[in-house]
Design a protein around this ligand. Sequence first.
Ligand code: TRP
Ligand code: SF4
Length: 400
Amino acid sequence: MFADRVLSGMRPTGRMHIGHYHGALKNWIKLQEEYECLFFAADWHALTTHFDESETIADSVWEMFVDWLAAGVDPTRATLFIQSRVPEHAELTLLLGMITPVGWLERVPTYKDQQQRLVDRDLSNFGFLGYPVMMSADILAYRANKVPVGEDQVSHIEVTRELARRFNHIYGREPGFDEKAKGAIKKLGRAKAKRYETMRTAFQEQGDTQALEAARELLEETQNLSLGDRERLFGYLEGSRRVILPEPQPLLTETPRVPGLDGQKMSKSYGNAILMREEPAAVTRKIRTMQTDPARARRSDPGNPEHCPVWPLHQIYSSQETRDWVWKGCTTAGIGCLDCKQPVIDAIIKEQQPMRERAQKYVDDPSLVRNIVADGCERARKLAEETMRDVRDAMGLSYD
Ligand code: TRP
Ligand code: SF4
């Protein structure tokens, strides 16, 4: 609703692997060049499934931050913080919970999936059911409008959008809304007011969503509006409610599939991962012993890269030329698997060299990370507090 703001979180799972890097962090690093970014460790989210291992969370959080910094997340551009250090997330979770139909949560696909997949865990808790509500609070507490996530999280963002709409519908009501909105339009000045009204009509009468977008941009560029008028003008574009919590958009990350060493999904808990800051010797050993197309039992047997977990790594790390060489060499038994793996080994070691270098100072002096995160928590808290003031106001809980 205000300027573009990007927010994303990760559950702390300890040292990160190249799947995290290519699936999320690389994208964050691009986004921080262009947008105001907030990135946080979702420690409360970790508790929804791992409440009985809470003692491991803190270490995982610090490891994770070092990996973010190693990957190139820049603390002078992005705000890094810990969810539980910003208690406003909990307050907003509670308040959103009041307007969340339980049926919405039971219908989120990840809810049933996870319960079925993680059979060794008891996931019949209130906290786990409320996972998407807490995630909504994470996002809405900052009025973030862009949320980079993987495919598996999109259904949660959909809940966030519905909750924002519902919140605005219930608490954005105000007596004399139309008159107040019209008064606010006058304050835009003649030219802007006219453009605003034209675009509003185009949206409301013809469903012109480009006009809606353009009108929003016009409001974003306008400095001299009070917060109340801003909320009214955003809301008036679409109906007759103030927009207190804007609906976010998921930024779907183009995520290449990064297979583990055994061809299964890469995961630290499966023991098939290449970590983001792996010693070169370990990278070499892991890739050299990695599974290949079972059809190539002998060097003289031709193979099919489509049946080999090394191939997706070439798709991430190799040039077209190298990939052509692999394809030809594999299918004609012209090259051996170790020949084929070498360019991947070289590329991973090269990619990780600057990461290991960047990480070194944080490993040597953990107080650097502590300070970055303490600053980040403080900044995040200020932003969340601003939103919460409006939320409490809208709900009639300000007691001034
Ligand atoms: N649920 C996300 C995941 O498992 C992590 C997360 C928590 C998140 N809160 C968020 C991501 C808010 C984006 C925005 O990956
Ligand atoms: Fe896999 Fe390469 Fe061996 Fe083919 S040559 S089976 S692509 S490692």
